[in-house]
Design a protein around this ligand. Structure first.
Ligand SMILES: [Fe+2]
Ligand SMILES: [Fe+2]
Length: 324
């Protein structure tokens, strides 16, 4: 991809983002929420607090899959209904276990924390805490990248850009942690294993997956949310973050161009294969990223259908054929 291509693509796609209308309702999920150690999140809700798509009541006889559609937070892995008291004549609560929402950022190798928050945290707090965690994880990812670029003899301007990106990610993490706190969540712990030295090919593969695909899509989403979020603080925070993220995405592609020139044909093939697979995974994640309507409106995140289309548009521009 030639340098300078990203901005016009982003500008065209950002114009498709619906502009937020003022006065939208705030949403606070009143049920429980717990992150599992296996990358799942369990949401529980009283059945009586849920309503069907057409506004009708849902009951204990409604299949749990249907109940979970109303609290959807990703791809449903399992569900069940249960009684909260022995005196309840029938199940009054539903438990829905989802694959966890993917919040994009540059994940460092060795990341072993998952942004978990305490049980009972409102869903918006869970969402922003997870994003804050990924922003914080991007800091060591860029610091390591800068060190490795130096080690592999990259031009100084790429090293400087990586160091500057690390500093910007600190600000992003603080902004998202502030939103998380506003919704009752504290900043999750960040744990990253110590880094080991690695080859230029390994660096290029991580950059292709985390930078050229995931962070590039994250940058597109940041600009989208800056336009569409009904919450003014979200719009303000994302308006400041989006230009940084666009530069991070451009940096990924610049690093990619530099690294590919130095790799053997076999290595280049492996980098391209990893990038292609990352587009496919991202498309799958986007297509299953069902958020409750109120959460989507508040945060400005697109619906699953729109998210999938955005991923496909982006991939067709940046890596034609990846999602053919
Ligand atoms: Fe960021
Ligand atoms: Fe970033």
């Amino acid at each position: 991809m030639s340098r300078g291509k990203l901005r016009p693509v982003f500008k065209r796609l950002w114009l498709l983002a619906p502009v937020a209308t003022l006065g939208g309702g705030c949403f606070f999920f009143t049920g429980g929420c717990e992150w599992g150690g296996d990358g799942t999140v369990e949401l529980t809700s009283f059945i009586s607090s849920l309503s069907s798509v057409d506004g009708g009541a849902l009951t204990a006889d409604t299949p749990c899959e249907e109940l979970c559609e109303r609290v959807s937070f990703g791809t449903l892995r399992s569900c069940s209904t249960y009684r909260t008291s022995e005196t309840s004549p029938e199940p009054d609560k539903v438990s829905c276990v989802f694959d966890s929402v993917n919040c994009d950022g540059r994940r460092p190798e060795g990341l072993c924390s998952d942004g978990a928050v305490v049980q009972g945290t409102p869903v918006l707090g869970v969402l922003f805490a997870k994003i804050a965690h990924m922003e914080a994880a991007s800091v060591p990812a860029f610091e390591r990248l800068a060190d490795e670029l130096t080690h592999h003899g990259a031009p100084e301007h790429l090293v400087r850009a990586a160091r500057r990106s690390a500093k910007e990610e600190v600000r992003h993490a603080e902004a998202m942690a502030s939103l998380a706190r506003r919704h009752g969540a504290s900043m999750p712990e960040l744990k990253v294993d110590p880094f080991q030295e690695r080859s230029l090919e390994a660096l290029a593969i991580e950059n292709a997956v985390e930078g050229c695909v995931r962070e590039t899509y994250g940058a597109l989403l940041a600009g989208w949310q800056a336009r569409s979020a009904e919450d003014a603080q979200v719009r303000e925070s994302l308006s400041a973050i989006a230009p940084d993220e666009l530069r991070h995405a451009e940096l990924s592609w610049a690093i990619n161009a530099w690294a590919m020139e130095r790799l053997s044909p076999d290595s280049r093939e492996r980098v391209d294969a990893a990038r292609c697979e990352a587009w496919r995974e991202l498309e799958h994640d986007a297509a299953s990223s069902h958020l409750p309507d109120e959460v989507a409106r508040h945060s400005g995140l697109p619906s699953a259908e729109v998210a999938r289309e955005l991923v496909r548009e982006l991939a067709s521009e940046l890596m034609p054929g990846a999602l053919a």
